[in-house]
Structure formats: structure tokens, C-alpha cells
Design a protein around this ligand. Structure first.
Ligand SMILES: O=P(O)(O)OP(=O)(O)OP(=O)(O)OC[C@H]1O[C@@H](n2cnc3c(O)ncnc32)[C@H](O)[C@@H]1O
Length: 506
């Protein structure tokens, strides 16, 4: 019985094997080959598209400002030479001492001052990339003022700087003065590039830059009539989109020069002492007249027979300070449909704005970067700060540079007056301003936009991008391969002559 049962089960098994095509040697071979083919196909697809270890290219820009010079190193993926790679700030270095324009008497020192940061750059950029790393120096309002005052001296400063920069192993591309329009426009490019607004064709953000000697406003207005003041317009075609940008740079309206203008205005009443509402009560310093008037922004205002020094005394009164600050603006003449100040055309404000450089330094110190706070509250807080006695301010902030500390009341009052009375931000539109220092790790300022422009890193037309990202591509290849294989097996099972249908030998 058991022998019979065993023989029966053997027959069943053989029949099952004969009926099931998976058990035939041909099918097994096809399956194995099919699986190997799929694995090979997917492996090739993965390897072919695998992101290779990233290599970077570098670019260096020196921002030679009126108050100081800063060096920025940018990097971007080397293989993305079709301009699709993201440029990021890799490193920055603050040059010790003042801006290069302050070395008019000793130009060689201007070149020398850059050495430390340049040596730092040599270490930061990989050696094999040195020779191909472009190096630019752009000078802003400090050098514009020096050039106005003494063009021979400004040429000498540029020569000294050039000589110093050429000693380093980078690809030196020149040192030049940026126009106010370039400074404004490149600041706008930087902000919108870092925010990814240009590539995605999103509505752009305006740029507000407050330096030591000049200030810039740049934005894309709605229904902009360029012909009203063509000198304020810059047109760009970036990533396939056209932009008509309004930009204006006010020379002498950076915060250091405006402080001179405000002091010069106050010395009118009596040259021996200035009782200044923009400085804290208890602040008292003896200052040099010639230093105050040593700038083309104020030199024509120097009173006749002024003493060598004057006594600068703080009063700490924000309301009176606002009145003093208003005096540096001229709101009366305007030959256009609308103006900001000093007879300069400005179309109606439009969109969001990023405010950087001194806007940020000052508002950050004052704890006033939150623009959702009503303007009246902002003013109240500032008034409280201005009224705080000077010795208390020094005690509360021992880590902060005394010069900055003494000027925050004045600078805050100037910023609010510039924004509201100068540019016409209202209590409502004030909240469209964001005080920023960095965007995604890169400093807001003109340098990145300048380098992107000079290296043609932003194409006029949108670059062709692969229709699928890497992961999507691999997934689709895998799914299609599996589908083909499954269909092939189904086809085999259905149409291959079945072993059970073969004539049986009895
Ligand atoms: O664009 P220009 O006008 O040439 O000026 P700049 O390039 O020197 O201008 P910055 O943006 O470097 O600085 C703007 C001003 O902010 C001042 N500043 C820098 N750091 C500051 C801080 O921490 N607190 C207050 N003020 C600061 C600096 O002295 C300038 O007066």
C-alpha cells in the first residue's frame, strides 16, 4: 500500500512539474537571464546617473566700501558649467582698518591693507583651483567721493590696490569703481538670486542697501513708465524673463555722511558746541572741525572762522532728532510725477523689500527687525533708547564698538525717516520690509550679483534642464524593465506549447 501511495505521489509531482512551465529548464534559464538583465539595466542606469563626488569652482570679490573692505569667496559645482549650479558664499574676511579711500595720502597702505585677507583666501581656495579663480575688486561710494575730490589720489589708490592683488595666484580681473546704479542693481540681483526668484520667474523682492557713504533703492515697479526718468532704469533678461528695474543711489546719504550733514546743519546755530538730540544724555566729546567737514558731502557748508574743535553733547530727544534728520532731505522740488527726495524720481513702491547692510546692523541692535510691529511702537522704542543715559548704554553693551554704540539713536532715526519720509513707506507698507543680513548663508550685498554678471553665470534664457530628476529616472527605468519582463513571462506561459498537451506514451 505504502509503495503504491509513494508511486502515486511521485506521479502527481511529475504531473505538476510538467503542468507548471516555471519548472522547465528553458523557463528557468529565461527567468535567470531576465533577472540578470534587469539588475544590469538598473545598475547601469544608477551608475550612469550617480552624482559624482562634487568638485567646485571659486570666485573672489572684494567690496571696497567707504567704511571698510570685505572679501567674499564664492563657490559653485564645477560640473554645472551650463550655469545651472547654485553659487554660494564659502567664506568672508573683513579687512582690518578703514576703507581704501581713507589711504589717499598713503596709497601703498591701501594695497597693503588687503594682504591679510588675500593670504586667507589663498588658504581657503584649493591650490589646484587658484589660477582659474577670478578675482575682482569693486569700490563704492568712498572711492566715488575721493574721485570727485581728487581724481589723481583715487587713481593712485587703485594702482596700489591693483599691484597688491596681482601678487596673488588668482586670475586677477581688475579693480574698478562701481556706479551707484550698478551697486543698486547688483544688490537686487543678489537678493533675488539667493531667494531663487529669478530662476523660478517669481515676483521679485526690492533691495534697500544702506552703506556708510551712499544708499540704494532698487525694485521692479508696477506699470513702470521708464521714459519719465531713463537714468533710473536698468533692464535685465535673466533665465528667459525680462525685468525693468528702477534703481537709484543717493551719494552722501549713507549713514556716516548723513551724520556729518546733520552735524553740519547743527553747527550753523553756534560753532562752539552742538547740543545734539540724536545722542544720549551724558554723551560728551570734543571733536575736530576739519574732520567733520573733510568730505565733499559737507565741505561747502563749513562755517567761516570755525574753531578747531567743537563740543558734541548729547540731549537724547528722539522727536527733536527726527526734525534734525529731516533737514538733510529736500522735499520741495520735484519735476516728475512723483519723487522720493532731492528731486529724484521714484515710482510707487511695489512688492516686498529686503533691507541690508547698515539697515540690518542698526535695526538688529535696536531689536527692531520685526516689521509686523506697528511703526508707532517702533518709534516709541527708539525714543526710549535715545533717552537712555550714555553711561547706562555703555554699561549694558561693553562688547560693542563705542562709535557704533553712540550712533544707534541717530542711525535709527535716520533709517525711519529715510524709509517713511524719503521713500514713502507708510504704516502699512512698512511691514513689507524685511531686515536681512544673510540669505541661505550668503551675505546680502552687491558682490554676488556683480560676480554672477561678470562670469555670465546667469543666462539670459532658461537653461534646458533634464525632464526628470535622477531618482525619477531610475525608478521609471526599473518599473518599465519589470513590466517588460512580466509581460514576457506571461507571453511564455500562454503561448508556449504546454508539456501536458504532448502526446502521452501509454
Ligand atoms: O557702500 P558704502 O557707502 O561705500 O559703505 P560701506 O560698504 O563701507 O558700508 P557697509 O555696508 O560696510 O557698512 C554700512 C555702515 O554700517 C556701519 N557698520 C558696520 N557694522 C556695524 C555695526 O555692527 N553696527 C553699526 N554700524 C555698523 C559702517 O561703519 C557703515 O557706516
Amino acid at each position: 500500500m505504502s509503495a503504491q501511495r509513494a508511486a502515486g505521489s511521485l506521479t502527481d509531482c511529475r504531473e505538476m512539474k510538467e503542468k507548471n512551465p516555471w519548472h522547465t529548464p528553458v523557463t528557468i534559464s529565461i527567468t535567470v537571464i531576465g533577472v540578470i538583465a534587469i539588475v544590469a539595466l538598473v545598475t547601469v542606469a544608477v551608475l550612469q546617473n550617480k552624482p559624482v563626488p562634487q568638485k567646485y569652482k571659486y570666485g573672489i570679490v572684494l567690496d571696497a566700501g567707504s567704511s571698510h573692505t570685505a572679501l567674499y569667496i564664492y563657490k559653485w559645482p564645477a560640473e554645472k558649467d551650463n550655469n545651472t549650479g547654485r553659487v554660494e558664499q564659502e567664506h568672508s574676511c573683513k579687512v582690518k582698518g578703514k576703507g581704501i579711500s581713507s589711504y589717499a595720502e598713503t596709497p601703498w597702505q591701501a594695497g597693503e591693507s588687503l594682504t591679510e585677507c588675500m593670504e586667507d583666501a589663498v588658504k581657503q581656495v584649493p591650490t589646484k583651483r587658484h589660477f582659474e579663480t577670478p578675482l575682482y575688486l569693486g569700490a563704492t561710494a568712498g572711492m566715488r567721493l575721493l574721485h570727485m575730490e581728487n581724481s589723481v589720489a583715487s587713481d593712485k589708490v587703485f594702482q596700489a590696490v591693483e599691484k597688491s592683488l596681482q601678487k596673488f595666484p588668482f586670475s586677477y580681473q581688475g579693480a574698478r569703481m562701481l556706479s551707484g546704479q550698478e551697486e543698486g542693481a547688483f544688490g537686487w540681483v543678489t537678493v533675488n538670486y539667493l531667494d531663487d526668484r529669478l530662476k523660478q520667474g517669481l515676483e521679485t523682492t526690492g533691495a534697500l542697501d544702506l552703506g556708510g557713504a551712499s544708499t540704494q533703492i532698487s525694485f521692479v515697479p508696477k506699470n513702470y513708465i521708464i521714459s519719465e526718468s531713463p537714468s533710473n532704469s536698468v533692464t535685465f533678461r535673466l533665465y528667459g524673463n525680462d525685468y525693468n528695474l528702477y534703481t537709484h543711489s543717493f551719494l552722501c546719504y549713507g549713514k556716516d555722511q548723513v551724520l556729518r550733514l546733520a552735524l553740519a546743519h547743527q553747527t550753523k546755530s553756534g560753532p562752539g558746541e552742538i547740543a545734539d538730540p540724536c545722542f544720549h544724555p551724558g554723551y560728551s566729546e570734543s571733536k575736530n572741525y576739519s574732520v567733520l567737514y573733510d568730505s565733499p558731502c559737507v565741505s561747502d557748508r563749513k562755517p567761516q572762522g570755525a574753531p578747531v574743535t567743537f563740543h558734541h553733547k548729547g540731549e537724547g530727544n528722539f522727536q527733536q532728532c527726527q526734525e534734525v534728520v529731516k533737514n538733510v532731505f529736500n522735499f520741495t522740488s520735484c519735476k516728475y510725477s512723483r519723487c522720493s527726495f532731492n528731486g529724484v524720481f521714484q515710482p510707487p513702491l511695489h512688492g516686498q523689500f529686503g533691507a541690508f547692510s547698515a539697515y540690518y546692523y542698526v535695526m538688529d541692535f535696536l531689536n527692531l527687525t520685526d516689521t509686523s510691529v506697528p511703526l508707532t511702537t517702533v518709534k516709541d522704542k527708539l525714543a526710549k533708547h535715545c533717552a537712555t543715559p550714555w553711561n547706562q548704554i555703555i554699561q549694558q553693551h561693553p562688547e560693542i564698538h563705542v562709535k557704533y554704540l553712540a550712533e544707534y539713536c541717530f542711525s535709527g532715526a535716520y533709517i525711519l525717516t529715510l524709509l517713511t519720509e524719503g521713500y514713502n513707506f507708510t504704516s502699512e507698507s512698512y511691514s513689507s520690509i524685511k531686515f536681512i543680513k544673510k540669505i541661505k548663508g550668503s551675505d546680502a550685498g552687491w558682490t554676488l550679483g556683480y560676480m554672477l554678471n561678470l562670469t555670465n553665470m546667469i543666462p539670459a534664457e532658461a537653461p534646458d534642464s533634464p525632464p526628470l530628476p535622477h531618482a525619477g529616472y531610475v525608478s521609471i527605468v526599473t518599473v518599465i524593465a519589470l513590466l517588460i519582463f512580466t509581460l514576457f513571462i506571461i507571453f511564455l506561459c500562454r503561448f508556449r506549447p504546454s508539456s501536458s498537451k504532448q502526446p502521452q506514451i501509454v
